[in-house]
Write a new protein. Structure first.
Length: 456
């Protein structure tokens, strides 16, 4: 995904996704971008003539024939006739294969035949018929990976139909399996996340997207690329995550660091938001609005998500106060006092903040709720993080003094009398990002906050 509407590449969209997903994305651009309409239509026309989707091709021409004719394109009657005949032949052959394998009674052969005919219906843009065949595959699955694949196929076809509850149901069934291919699981997370996004459950969507391995996302050809997943995850997270979640699940996440290399300004937006620099963070998101509006799956959520991101910022900003001027809040978020007054009233009505508006003073009066513990926990987490980074630096200096050799790794590994200490990422007792290789037979042991070691 590009970072602005000016750099959206029609060619890249045509190549980065499955063929019909590319066509749907291009036709969405046609509907919302006058400047890119003609280029997107030409690309969609070329892609559809490489597919089996005769009905989609015909519908596109019925809707845009005047525009396409104006740039020298013509409805390809010969292709329609030839592809329709080929589709009929292929469907007949696939139906015969299903009958033959059922008569033979070999489960694996029946499963493969049903998958083939379901794939045919996906290719001709009939996801509902494809889903019915994928559901029949369930009776012929022999192992965990086959069950996971069936769940993925049903979730994907349900998502394409717009049946998001069904997609989420099979996503849940697939993830309930404790074993199986990780690549299939990550694909399930993608369609679970997209279905949550479509249902406006933005927090669940963000969690799904953040569980997807960057390596998987960068290698597959699915409904979203690694860059898309990065955008979806960050925007949904900013709208719903607490400051602690932003730190733990995004800023301190090694896997997300790889995603953020795709679009560095997204990581910057999260860092600014986490540090309470809301105006600057919102400016980055605001700048991405045109690009988000061109995205097939984000198109209906851009305005709602932006409002939620700003509301989340307001909620975090006013939390430490008992009394604060509404113009001061407006200045912090770069809006007028009137706009902020309307927003905080809306937030109070929706119980996002417990407060009252003092119209005489034009101020927000927060109700006396017992939030001291939550504030203390936030402050303690921040202090603990800083202390842990300082401790890691001190450990590194001590080890350098004892002639240990360093290289980058995922944790701290120390040989101590035959026992190995490996960093627990959930523990605050271990410094992160250090791998130690002993250079000259030095012995070492580490206790909580204590290090002893020396040359032998």
């Amino acid at each position: 995904m590009a970072t602005s509407s000016d750099t959206i590449s029609i060619k890249r969209i045509s190549e980065a996704y499955p063929l019909l997903v590319s066509v749907r994305r291009l036709l969405h651009i046609v509907s919302v971008s006058p400047d890119m309409k003609v280029e997107a239509l030409i690309a969609a026309d070329a892609l559809l003539k490489k597919s089996r989707a005769v009905d989609m091709y015909t519908k596109m021409w019925d809707k845009y024939e005047a525009i396409m004719g104006g740039v020298g394109l013509h409805r390809d009657i010969d292709w329609i006739a030839n592809q329709t005949a080929a589709n009929k032949t292929d469907l007949g052959r696939l139906e015969q294969e299903v009958k033959r394998t059922k008569n033979n009674g070999v489960k694996e052969a029946v499963r493969l035949a049903l998958c083939d005919i379901a794939k045919y219906y996906i290719d001709v843009d009939q996801a509902d018929t494809a889903q019915s065949h994928y559901l029949r595959v369930r009776d012929y699955c022999l192992g965990v990976n086959q069950i996971l694949t069936m769940c993925l196929d049903v979730a994907k076809s349900s998502f394409e139909m717009g049946n998001y509850p069904s997609a989420l149901s099979f996503y849940t069934k697939g993830q309930a399996k404790l074993e199986g291919d990780e690549g299939i699981r990550h694909r399930l997370e993608l369609y679970g996340g997209l279905s949550h996004l479509a249902a406006e459950d933005y927090r669940s969507a963000a969690l799904c997207f953040l569980r997807i391995s960057f390596n998987c996302a960068s290698e597959w050809t699915e409904a979203a690329t690694a860059a898309d997943i990065c955008v979806y995850a960050v925007v949904c997270a900013l709208a719903t995550f607490s400051r602690k979640d932003l730190r733990e699940k995004i800023l301190d996440s090694p896997s997300f660091r790889e995603y953020s290399d795709e679009i560095p300004q997204l990581r910057e937006a999260v860092e600014l938001f986490h540090r309470a620099h809301y105006k600057e963070a919102l400016a980055i998101v605001e700048g991405m609005k045109p690009m988000l509006g061109l995205d097939l799956y984000m198109r209906n959520h851009v305005a709602n998500l932006y409002k939620k991101i700003r509301a989340k910022g307001v909620e975090l900003f006013v939390k430490p106060y008992n009394f604060i001027s509404i113009p001061d809040i407006a200045t912090e978020f770069g809006v007028t006092a009137e706009e902020m007054h309307e927003e905080v009233v809306h937030m109070i009505e929706n119980k996002q903040i417990s407060a009252k508006v003092d119209d005489l003073e034009n101020a927000l009066v927060l109700e006396d709720v017992d939030d001291d513990l939550a504030v203390l926990e936030d402050v303690t987490d921040t202090i603990d993080g800083a202390a842990m980074r300082m401790k890691a630096g001190l450990v590194r200096l001590l080890l350098l003094r004892e002639n240990f050799e360093f290289s980058e790794g995922k944790g701290l590994s120390v040989d101590d009398g035959g026992e190995q200490y490996v960093e627990d990422k959930t523990s605050k007792a271990a410094p992160s990002g250090i791998f130690v290789r002993q250079q000259s037979g030095a012995g070492m042991s580490m206790g909580e906050g204590r290090l002893t070691g020396g040359r032998q």
